[in-house]
Design a protein around this ligand. Structure first.
Ligand SMILES: Cc1cc2nc3c(=O)[nH]c(=O)nc-3n(C[C@H](O)[C@H](O)[C@H](O)COP(=O)(O)O)c2cc1C
Length: 171
């Protein structure tokens, strides 16, 4: 039997992949058939009735391969419900950072005016300066490590999604 929902993700340091895995697990708990795959590796959306896409923001931009995925699968994405999330804020108690991340994501998606996500969400990200590679390690050494991923909020978002994706799924 073909899977009904694709959870596609991109990541550099793994934190978005872990969120995507939690999204997929929660969708399965809700009784849906789910595949999870790096967006780069997805060849076709045939066989998927709905799509959830997640990728981090870096330097004000949504991950390059996520943007490429949107362009490459434009036609298929206009024919299915699409939900989108991005990881971004990494500073505790900085409300402005959340607004900035949301604006960055909105700006990125404005480049794809044909796309109308059924849901769009920003989640807190994970930041570990010790793991960063060149050149990012040069200017982030003084920033404290953090993990603002709120697993309860992530699961609640996914539960709210099922009603929006359900009409497209085979009964
Ligand atoms: C060098 C660097 C630049 C970043 N730039 C942004 C940004 O412009 N906007 C934002 O919201 N988050 C930004 N972040 C936070 C990341 O989105 C966050 O760390 C995320 O969890 C990384 O996901 P990954 O582990 O899947 O690669 C940045 C993080 C780093 C390390």
């Amino acid at each position: 039997m073909s899977a009904s929902v694709l959870v596609g993700y991109e990541t550099r340091y793994g934190s978005t992949q872990e969120v995507a895995e939690a999204v997929a697990a929660t969708l399965r708990e809700c009784g849906l058939e789910v595949d999870i795959q790096s967006m780069r590796k997805v060849r076709t959306l045939a066989g998927y009735s709905a799509v959830v896409l997640g990728a981090p923001l870096y330097m004000f931009r949504w991950h390059k391969d996520a943007r490429r995925f949107l362009s490459r699968h434009r036609e298929a994405l206009t024919q299915r419900p699409v939900a989108i999330f991005a990881l971004g804020p990494v500073t505790t108690g900085d409300e402005k950072e959340w607004q900035d991340s949301r604006e960055q994501l909105d700006k990125e998606l404005a480049g794809f005016p044909w796309l109308t996500p059924v849901s769009l969400e920003i989640f807190g990200g994970k930041f570990d300066p010790a793991k960063l590679r060149f050149p990012y390690n040069l200017f982030t050494r003084q920033v404290p490590a953090s993990d603002l991923r709120d697993w309860t909020a992530i699961r609640a978002w996914v539960s709210s999604l099922t009603a929006k994706l359900q009409p497209a799924l085979p009964q």
